[in-house]
Structures are given as structure tokens and as C-alpha cells.
Design a protein around this ligand. Structure first.
Ligand code: UD1
Length: 417
């Protein structure tokens, strides 16, 4: 087991370069199997979710080569083999192989995906989308057999603007016969990045980034070169850390527009920001105003930044509220923030935070990926040493977090115990 030790209350200054987006990468890698030719994707983050997807590619006999920050995928000799549960349960995004295999072979056999325990996380909308395209679904316990004689374009309305369902339906529909329209589609930048990749391969997708996506089916997808967008959640996490400890901290290689909702909320709290074309410079200030947030689908305040943001709220003067509307179980970090000294009450889906509170280091747990990021932000702010257990969650999504924070002056290390 790995633990992380952090000595807090240090000023952080310098530059943190943001890596490629995890949530785009985890869809792009499965999407790459839709061709039979070689594709190169650059700006791939070195995180354990990337490794887990490469393991699935290897199991499917896809040729995978890794170079620095790039991946070269050649599915010429791939076979449509059942994906074992030991692979699918390692991460949520393994479900993108369902759409990609269905789109390519009209058949996918795999198990229910894993991922953070932040809510029920059903996949009913994905499956309904596949059915609308002509697939039949058999379900034996955790195992799903999704099969179609023919995939035909359809009009699909998503009851919830789900990121996963939008991408998975796109993957299944790119080679379907005729036109597919996804209404109430999710609009996250990662969806645009995946649609651009598929279009570079020869797909005909329009409207990605709006709530109506149109896909004209094609018979062939070819080789291409593609770049992953910067990770807006990693960027947002470090901007929040900058607001807590920056002196100043430059968060570089980002698309600031992708974190507009966060930047507006930080400005409302009184955080000192300089927003450039591809960076944000953030300087800690002594006094912050209480600021409330409510998570929403993009371009609303991202649920994935809610947990790190609550750490900043512990340092704001007065009563702040955080309301979580996407996941029903995303306050698991709160008991640990309270152990660190925060004053927080959770009622239903709202946390009320009264600040400012002096945080003091202790032993805490990274219960999930973004809860782990919140623990890192809190530990950097707290007096003394904080030990975080279950750091495997953090390493699923933050590339070289120890190196990046050490380079700007943090005292942080990971120990194997
Ligand atoms: C993705 C992100 C995750 C982020 C989330 C919301 C990836 C790998 N993960 O997760 O980091 O927190 O978007 O921005 O990109 N739902 C259903 N039925 C379905 C699918 C979803 O009811 O078939 C519900 C979910 O329970 C949830 C909501 O829809 O309440 C949003 O989920 P969704 O957008 O699908 O999240 P993910 O794609 O799993």
C-alpha cells in the first residue's frame, strides 16, 4: 500500500505544467480501435488509468507502443475477445470498449465497469442508446453481451446529459448505417476532443460541444494523429491549491475557458488571479469571502472540482455552501476535512462550511480520486504533517503529482508500506 506524507503551510511558487486530460484519454484509447490502421495520440498522461486501458488493448491483441507522452495504437491484428472483469473493474471508462467494440464488430462482451464509489453510477442510458441503434443486450450478473445484426442510425434523447453515454453512443454510431442524432447530449470539452479524433479518422460528426450531436455513419475509419486537450480538472485542482498556498503559482498549458466557472467563483471569493491565453497565475491572499457553489453539467461548476473547492471554503470568512447535484455520494472527504479541523455540516446533498478554520495535520484517507485531491490541498494548507492513505486513487488521475508539487516547493513524498 502507498501512503503520501505532506508537510503543510509552505508557500508554493513557480510553474506547474498541466498534463493531457484523463477523461478525454480514457475515451480516446478505446476509440482508437475503431480503425484497422495506426493512430498516434500525443499528450497522453502517465496515470494508472492509462495503463489499465493499455492492458485491455494488449488483451485484445492490439499493438500498443508508448513513447514520451504519446501512444501509438495499431489494431490491425486485434481480436474481439471477452474483456475480463479483472480489467473492466479497474476503472469506470472501461465501458467505452462496449461502444467501440459494438461499433467495430457489432458485438461486445464485457463486465460492469469499476471506478470511484461516488454514487450508483448506472449505465442504463448507454445501453438504451445501443438498443436504439439496433443492439440486443443480454445481462448475466455483471456480464454484458451486447450484439447487433446491423447497427442503424437513430434519434436518441438522453434523459440525463451523461458524459459517458454521449461518448459511448458516438462510438457505437460512427460506423452505423445512416444518421444518428443524440439530443440532450453532454457538452463537456472531452466530448469535443473525442469527436475531433473520430472526425480526423474519417467520421462525420457535427455538433459536439452542443446539446445536439449528429453522426452520419461511415464505412471506413483510417489512420490519424491527434492531441489530447489539457486536463481541466487537474488544472482546476492546482489553481485551488494556488489560492491556498501560491506565492505566486503559475498553472500552465491550460485552456482557461474550460475552467471559467471555477475562475468566476474564485474571483467571487476574492482570489488574486491573472488569466492568460494558456495559463493562470494565482497568488494566495490573507482573507477570502464565503462563496457557495452548486455542481452542474458543463459549463456549470464541475462536480470533479467540488471536493477540492470545499478546502478553499474552509479558509473563507463566514458561511459557504456546496451543493452536489450529479453524484449522491460525493461528500466522503468531509469527515476527514473535519478531522483536520474544518467546521462543516452535511445535510442531504449540501455541505455548509463555516470558516476560516485553522487546519492541523493528521492521518486521513483518499476515499476516491477527487476526495484524494481535496486531501492533498488540505494537507498543503494544514500545519504540520498529514498522512494520506489509499493514494492509489490519486495516482489514477494526477500525473507526477509528487514531482509537480515538489518542484514548486512542497514537502511531499509517497512511501510504500
Ligand atoms: C464522467 C467523468 C466523471 C465526472 C462525470 C460528471 C469520465 C471517465 N468520468 O463520468 O469524472 O464526475 O462525468 O461530469 O469521463 N447516469 C445515469 N445513467 C447512465 C449514465 C449516467 O443515470 O447510464 C447518471 C449518473 O448516475 C450521474 C449523471 O448521470 O448522476 C452523470 O453521469 P455521467 O455524466 O455519465 O458521468 P460519467 O460519464 O460516469
Amino acid at each position: 500500500m502507498k501512503i503520501m506524507e505532506i508537510e503543510g503551510e509552505r508557500n508554493l511558487s513557480g510553474t506547474i505544467r498541466i498534463s493531457g486530460a484523463k477523461n478525454a484519454t480514457v475515451a480516446l484509447i478505446p476509440a482508437a480501435i475503431l480503425t484497422d490502421e495506426e493512430v498516434t495520440i500525443c499528450n497522453i498522461p502517465e496515470i494508472t488509468d492509462t495503463e489499465a486501458l493499455c492492458d485491455i488493448l494488449n488483451a485484445l491483441k492490439v499493438d500498443v507502443k508508448r513513447a514520451s507522452e504519446s501512444i501509438i495504437i495499431n489494431p490491425e491484428k486485434m481480436e474481439n475477445i471477452e474483456i475480463a472483469e479483472s480489467f473492466s473493474k479497474k476503472l469506470r471508462a472501461s465501458y467505452y470498449f462496449m461502444g467501440a467494440l459494438l461499433g467495430k464488430y457489432k458485438k461486445a462482451v464485457m463486465y460492469f465497469p469499476g471506478g470511484c464509489s461516488i454514487g450508483a453510477r448506472p449505465i442504463d442510458l448507454h445501453l438504451k442508446g445501443f438498443e436504439a441503434l439496433g443492439a440486443k443486450i443480454q445481462n448475466e450478473g455483471n456480464k454484458y453481451i451486447v450484439e447487433a445484426e446491423e447497427l442503424k442510425g437513430a434519434n436518441i434523447y438522453l434523459d440525463i446529459a451523461s458524459v459517458g453515454a454521449t461518448i459511448n453512443i458516438m462510438l457505437a454510431a460512427v460506423k452505423a448505417k445512416g444518421k444518428t442524432v443524440i439530443d440532450n447530449a453532454a457538452k463537456e470539452p472531452e466530448i469535443v476532443n473525442v469527436a475531433t479524433f473520430l472526425n480526423n479518422m474519417g467520421a462525420k460528426i457535427t455538433g459536439a460541444g452542443t446539446s445536439t450531436i449528429k453522426i452520419e455513419g461511415v464505412t471506413h475509419l483510417g489512420k490519424c494523429f491527434h492531441e489530447v486537450i489539457p486536463d481541466r480538472i487537474e488544472a482546476g485542482t492546482y489553481v485551488i491549491i494556488g489560492a491556498l498556498c501560491g506565492n505566486p503559482l503559475k498553472i500552465d498549458n491550460i485552456i482557461p475557458e474550460h475552467i471559467d466557472s471555477l475562475l468566476s467563483k474564485l474571483e467571487e471569493a476574492g482570489v488574486n488571479l491573472e488569466i492568460g491565453a494558456d495559463y493562470v497565475l494565482v497568488q494566495k491572499s490573507e482573507k477570502y469571502k464565503a462563496t457557495s457553489i452548486k455542481t452542474a453539467v458543463y459549463p456549470g461548476f464541475p462536480t470533479d472540482l467540488q471536493q477540492p473547492f470545499t478546502v478553499l471554503q474552509t479558509q473563507c470568512n463566514g458561511k459557504s455552501k456546496t451543493t452536489e447535484t450529479i453524484w449522491e455520494n460525493r461528500f466522503m472527504h468531509i469527515p476527514y476535512l473535519k478531522e483536520l479541523g474544518a467546521n462543516i455540516e452535511v445535510k442531504n446533498q449540501t455541505a455548509t462550511i463555516i470558516g476560516p478554520s485553522k487546519l492541523k495535520g493528521c492521518e486521513v484517507v483518499a476515499t476516491d480520486l477527487r476526495a484524494g485531491a481535496a486531501m492533498v490541498a488540505a494537507a498543503l494548507t494544514a500545519e504540520g504533517k498529514t498522512t494520506i492513505t489509499n493514494v492509489e486513487h490519486i495516482l489514477r488521475g494526477y500525473e507526477q503529482i509528487v514531482e509537480k508539487l515538489t518542484n514548486v516547493g512542497a514537502k511531499i513524498r509517497i512511501k510504500e508500506i
